[in-house]
Design a protein around this ligand. Structure first.
Ligand code: ADP
Ligand code: MG
Length: 348
């Protein structure tokens, strides 16, 4: 249970088209992450799936049944919001029980479900507190607990970790992944954070301006981004993307050197991840260092190529470079990504 199929979902608010035809097939038990820049339509799409809002056109199926016109209460899904949306005047226990009491579930069953979820989330000592007496991370656990006790067909989580500090975010995302393994329920997790997407997802849906740019496993998106947007969005820091054209001896980068590599027909942009550049005294790229971000284990080098095009390199350790240094860099041509004039990936 928990397969969710979206068929050509469109949503307009007046003259503004927010979702422009979304097709998706989310498998039973899958953890799918919707990722994309702020305002691209992630929350809108999740609200359509939840039934909190209706699409302008298109259909939503859950386990083969068309639920497009069904109310949120009839869809068997549970949503967790960034804002937690807990009732401040109720205890944690009452917050978790609230949705179940409305279904007239027997008290013993409600108590058993709350006890089980509280144990799973390690919030047993908090059950008699009110939300105001909890930290942000504890509140988020309670919000997730309130979803778990409903035993939904699928969990819909809209940026549930965005209000947490960086350290807590890292541990909560590991907890959510573990919870998914244990519950084996379908989960749709929305985030604008591509690291969160990479670390949690079975499959990532990359959205931009109300359209799906690419759907694939995290590593397939990283290794084979289908277009320039995905190439730039997945991976941190972002991939170097240099416009250019085939030239005698290789590929001529605008504002840079001629790279001695065989460019495929139609190549208009070459991409190279900062981690795939290496210091090489006979490498084809000469760059002047503009800024060094020394992180200890690695160093992020912001530099300019001879013709002025920017270059970003992530070098291991502490290479001892400072602003104004000139470096030569090389790469393994197998790491190059090629895109055509439309921004689409060329080749495998
Ligand atoms: P995301 O969650 O990806 O940041 P949203 O789905 O919240 O983006 O919003 C997508 C776009 O739709 C935004 O440009 C937003 O302003 C617009 N939008 C969302 N809800 C409404 C609404 N009720 N009326 C008008 N525009 C809306
Ligand atoms: Mg949103």
């Amino acid at each position: 249970m928990g397969r969710i199929v979206l068929k050509d979902i469109r949503k307009s608010y007046g003259a503004v088209d927010v979702l422009k035809g979304i097709d998706l097939d989310i498998r039973e038990g899958e953890l799918v992450v919707f990722v994309g820049p702020s305002g691209c339509g992630k929350s809108t799409l999740l609200r359509m799936i939840a039934g909190l809002d209706r699409p302008t056109s298109g259909a939503i199926e859950i386990d083969g049944a068309d639920v497009t016109q069904r109310s949120a209460a009839d869809r068997g899904l549970a949503m967790v919001f960034q804002s937690y949306a807990l009732y401040p005047h109720m205890t944690v226990r009452a917050n978790m029980a609230f949705g179940l009491q409305n279904t007239r579930m027997p008290k013993a069953e409600i108590d058993a479900r709350i006890a089980e979820a509280a144990r799973m989330l390690e919030i047993e000592p908090l059950l008699d507190r009110r939300p105001g007496q909890l930290s942000g991370g504890q509140r988020q656990r309670v919000a997730i607990g309130r979803a778990i006790v409903r035993r939904p067909t699928a969990f819909l989580l809209d940026e549930p970790l965005s209000n947490l500090d960086a350290e807590l975010r890292v541990s909560m995302r590991a907890e959510l992944s573990a919870l998914h393994d244990r519950l084996k329920a379908t989960m749709i997790h929305v985030t604008h954070d591509q690291v969160e997407a990479m670390t949690m997802a079975d499959r990532i849906v990359v959205l931009r301006s109300g359209k799906v740019e690419q759907v694939d496993t995290p590593l397939n998106l990283y290794n084979r981004p289908g277009n320039l947007f995905v190439a730039g969005f997945i991976g941190a820091p972002g991939m170097n993307l240099w416009a250019g054209s085939a030239a005698p001896g290789g590929f001529a980068v605008q504002g840079g050197p001629v790279l001695p590599v065989a460019a495929p027909a139609g190549a208009a942009t070459v991409g190279l991840r900062p981690q795939h550049l290496v210091l090489d005294p006979v490498g084809p790229m000469a760059a002047k260092v503009a800024l060094v971000e020394a992180l200890g284990a690695e160093s992020v080098i912001h530099a300019g190529l001879d013709g002025g095009a920017p270059l970003l390199a992530v070098l291991p350790g502490q290479p001892g470079l400072v602003r104004g240094d000139t470096v030569r860099l090389g790469f393994d041509p197998a790491h190059l990504h090629w895109f055509d004039a439309q921004g689409l990936r060329i080749g495998g």
